[in-house]
Design a protein around this ligand. Sequence first.
Ligand code: HEC
Length: 111
Amino acid sequence: MNTKQTLLFVAACGLVVTGNLRAAEATANWTKHCFACHAADGSGSTRMGRQVGAKDYRDAKVQAEMKDEAALKAVKDGIQAKGKEVMKAYKDKLSEDEMKALIAHMRTFKK
Ligand code: HEC
């Protein structure tokens, strides 16, 4: 490899590492903030998930119904159902980038 190729190679490695770090960070945030209701696999099969009616995000239909914009708004502002808060707002806890990474993480649940 010449110098230019070497530099390109190093830059490409950097991109791969950053991508993986972001994914790892999203998984950590998922476990910390979202797991209780949505479960590790997005199935919503935890006790709390069943109580609040979390959907099964492994289901292609549920994924298709979830729009990125609405999803981001839900994470920011929370969700109310029948006048009760079923999911709280995360805008004070997570940055916009972190929320987007979590939604990208949710997309990986699709079977
Ligand atoms: C206290 C339970 C609870 C927790 C914790 C929770 N959620 Fe939810 N979430 C729900 C419920 C209930 C719904 C509505 C039913 C559904 O879509 O699964 C929902 C829906 C969603 C939706 C769908 C919005 C749409 O437009 O379809 C997204 C996206 C989401 N949650 C992301 C998250 C993320 C990210 C976290 C962690 C930061 C999180 N949730 C934590 C209960 C929870």
